[in-house]
Design a protein around this ligand. Structure first.
Ligand code: FHN
Length: 612
């Protein structure tokens, strides 16, 4: 299990994030109590037309790949305090070790990252094929990485390093055509009085009014950031009890940055422009929403000297391909150390991802999501205009096939080429043969060179790809049981999947939402129904029923609590489900939801009952 930030702060259903994120109520003056129910939000782009939104997000949707940078005072202790390793992310050390404000602030005079080289960092991003960059301007520790006039705890006032890293980095990015963005922790601030703190304050110096903190520090710093560095992206994080007035103060400077893209973590129900799944790839993406998966290369966002659990460049590249195939972006993190150096193992992996992109980037940049839910090979698909790209991770023994494509193929070719040549001179590419069999399945020849990470193929069609995918009809396992997973489910409403092919259905905050599967029963039979589910305490008690082909099966269930959203247990329903031979649609439908969410559901299983 990845050591990371406390789960409650990882992105959870928005309604839950607002309630689960820690309150500071036990430390704030009574007057600071936020209203019990979030007031209507102030979304700065609420009145935008679709055309305006599409224009504003165009570069983001084409970028597909960005660099996240978590860099701050926490790089000095680097995951260790009083000689002991400290758990969670390196950037959380002040909270995880409950370091008193004065002791943590005493680190600042030691922070002098003289090796910081913005040109080198921007070049690493460019060579990796990253099209934008988001750096922590102020993380939860309250230390600003820019010479802020609001709040005296910053790199300009508190350290011997008298340069402005954000100014240098934004200039280096602009020189390379890389979009520059900033991360800002708008509610959590463990230094300035009144800032929120996950788990509550641990030092009286932190006590104060959250909303007064927003007015005095956070909102002025956000204004400074937007007007001084003119970022293309503003990355909010861990909203805690943000009031309507807080939202208005924090977004007041948006008028000066009309093209700004801001994420979904501002708080008070503001949807923002992008969903932000963290450390996982949603199994079906977020249809209809822009989104980016943010992820660490090892297990920490901020530098920890002992964290050498680096993902392979193959895994990172395949993550990027998987994310692009679902219409999302990959915001991949580096955690520079206290000298201002990006850890070489991270830089090396980024160079390797960039080398793959240099040859195959046409299958990633400016593409849209796959028209397929499932593919008959280990790989992914993306689309760009009339071209369907296939990224084949492992070439199938029996040859590459593709079913369900209704649009004729004009030309098939390998994408990998050392120089980008206009597609009209297609003979500069290795052409591939495509044969359609009587069932309409395409058989595509193997290129002379396969790529160990992923071999990209381009099918140039006579029009945009139209796919008639065989419905996902789930057959029983060899033992006669059925395992109906999240990725096979048809989701209704705002339900989302998270966590890849073994993922779960989550964000079940609307009791009107239901989930269904199509199964093919080879013979009539009776089945026990088992759920692999999780439900954080406080959200338990939802009831649900199982329908078969629209009719009530009579089966009922009530969701008990588990230890957390990531603590999965098996629930077995009373009674059995009878299925006749043939195709059926099974539907799990909530009947009542007393808590914030129904549950997270990883799978529903049917276990055959022997005839008595
Ligand atoms: O608490 C932070 C964490 O330190 C890190 O910044 C991540 C990055 O998305 N955001 C919060 C956890 O969700």
């Amino acid at each position: 299990m990845m050591k990371s930030t406390p789960r409650a702060l990882l992105i959870a259903p928005l309604a839950m994030a607002l309630s689960l994120a820690p309150t500071h109520a036990q430390t704030a003056a009574p007057a600071a109590q936020a209203p019990a129910q979030p007031l209507p939000s102030v979304d700065p782009h609420a009145n935008e037309t679709k055309a305006q939104r599409d224009a504003r997000l165009k570069w983001f949707r084409e970028a597909r790949f960005g660099m996240f940078i978590h860099w701050g005072l926490y790089a000095v202790p680097a995951g260790e305090w009083n000689g002991q390793p400290v758990g969670n992310g390196g950037e959380w050390i002040m909270n995880s070790a409950k370091i008193p404000v004065a002791d943590y602030a005493a680190l600042a005079p030691q922070f002098n990252p003289t090796k910081f080289d913005a040109e080198a960092w921007a070049q690493i991003a460019q060579d990796a094929g990253m099209r934008y960059l988001v750096i922590t301007a102020k993380h939860h520790d309250g230390f600003a990485m820019f010479p802020s006039q609001a709040g005296g705890f910053n790199i300009g006032a508190s350290t011997p390093f008298k340069r402005d890293p954000l100014a240098e980095l934004s200039a280096a990015c602009r020189k390379r055509g890389i979009k520059f963005g900033v991360y800002y922790s708008q509610a959590q601030d463990w230094h300035q009085p009144g800032g929120a703190a996950y788990g509550g304050h641990w030092d009286k110096a932190q006590d104060g009014d959250l909303h007064a903190y927003v007015r005095a520090v956070a909102a002025p710093q956000v204004r400074e950031l937007l007007t001084t560095y003119k970022p293309a992206v503003l990355w909010w994080d861990t909203p805690v009890e943000m009031s309507r007035e807080d939202i208005q103060a924090l977004t007041a400077a948006f008028a000066q940055r009309p093209d700004l893209i801001a994420n979904n973590r501002l708080g008070n129900g503001v949807k923002g422009d992008t969903e932000t799944p963290e450390q996982f790839i949603p199994a079906q993406g977020f249809p209809g929403r822009d989104w980016e998966t943010c992820m660490t290369i090892n297990d920490t966002w901020g530098f920890k000297k002992d964290d050498t659990n680096f993902k392979s460049s193959e895994s990172l590249t395949r993550n990027l391909i998987d994310i692009a195939s679902k219409g999302g972006n990959y915001l991949l993190n580096v955690g520079p150390d206290a000298t201002g150096t990006i850890p070489p193992p991270e830089a090396e992996r980024l160079r390797e991802v960039g080398a793959w992109l240099k040859r195959n980037g046409a299958s990633i940049y400016a593409t849209t999501a796959s028209p397929y839910k499932r593919l008959p090979f280990e790989g992914r698909a993306t689309v760009k205009g009339n071209t369907l790209y296939l990224n084949v991770f492992k070439w199938p023994e029996g040859g590459l096939t593709l079913s369900g494509l209704q649009t004729p193929v004009r030309l098939a070719r390998a994408v990998d080429n050392t120089e980008a040549v206009p597609v009209r001179s297609a003979n500069r590419f290795e052409k591939l043969s495509v044969r359609k069999d009587a069932a309409g399945t395409l058989h595509i020849s193997k290129p002379s060179k396969l790529d160990a990470v992923s071999t990209a193929i381009a099918l140039e069609l006579t029009g945009p790809p139209q796919v008639l995918e065989p419905e996902t009809l789930l057959a029983p396992q060899p033992d006669g049981s059925f395992k109906l997973g999240a990725i096979d489910a048809t989701l209704q409403g705002s339900l989302k999947t998270e966590g890849g092919d073994k993922g779960n259905i989550g964000f079940w905050t609307d009791a009107a939402d239901a989930v269904s599967w199509k199964v093919a029963a080879p013979a009539a039979g009776k089945y026990l129904v088992l759920l692999d589910y999780s439900c954080e305490p406080g959200s338990q008690g939802s009831t649900f029923g199982i329908e078969v082909d629209g009719g009530d099966s009579g089966l009922r269930g009530t969701v008990p609590a588990t230890a957390s959203w990531s603590d999965y247990k098996t629930m077995t329903l009373d009674g059995t489900l009878a299925l006749s031979a043939g195709k059926h649609t099974l539907r799990l439908k909530p009947l009542a939801k007393p808590g914030l969410a129904v549950m997270n559901l990883r799978s529903l299983s049917l276990t055959p009952q022997k005839a008595q």
